[in-house]
Design a protein around this ligand. Structure first.
Ligand code: FES
Length: 98
């Protein structure tokens, strides 16, 4: 849940996560947006176990997701290090080890 008591937030941005439109605020990390949307599983590891935010500083790779580029290629990214932008397309990963 986002705190809203002491902050004046800029207008929302919308990104697509697994085909679903999710709203966040400029400057937020992708990890923050996913958690605020109730999406705490960022990928499924090779052993079939759910993985999510762990270090929140780019060290562990537990938060790997795919950024889908305009040409359809996928770029693996650490959700905790990515600042969201309008119209981003993200897919959570299945069956990967980072
Ligand atoms: S949570 Fe560890 S790299 Fe993102």
């Amino acid at each position: 849940m986002r705190s809203s008591r002491h902050f004046r937030r800029p207008g929302e941005v919308a990104i697509t996560v697994d085909g679903r439109l999710v709203h966040g605020f400029p400057g937020e990390s992708l990890a923050t947006l996913l958690l605020a949307a109730g999406l705490d599983v960022f990928r499924i590891g090779a052993e079939g176990k759910p993985r999510g935010l762990y270090c929140n500083m780019g060290s562990c790779s537990e938060c790997m997701v795919d950024l889908v580029l305009e040409d359809g290629r996928r770029r693996p990214m650490r959700a905790c290090l990515v600042t969201i932008g309008d119209a981003m397309v993200v897919e959570r990963r299945a069956g990967s080890d980072g």
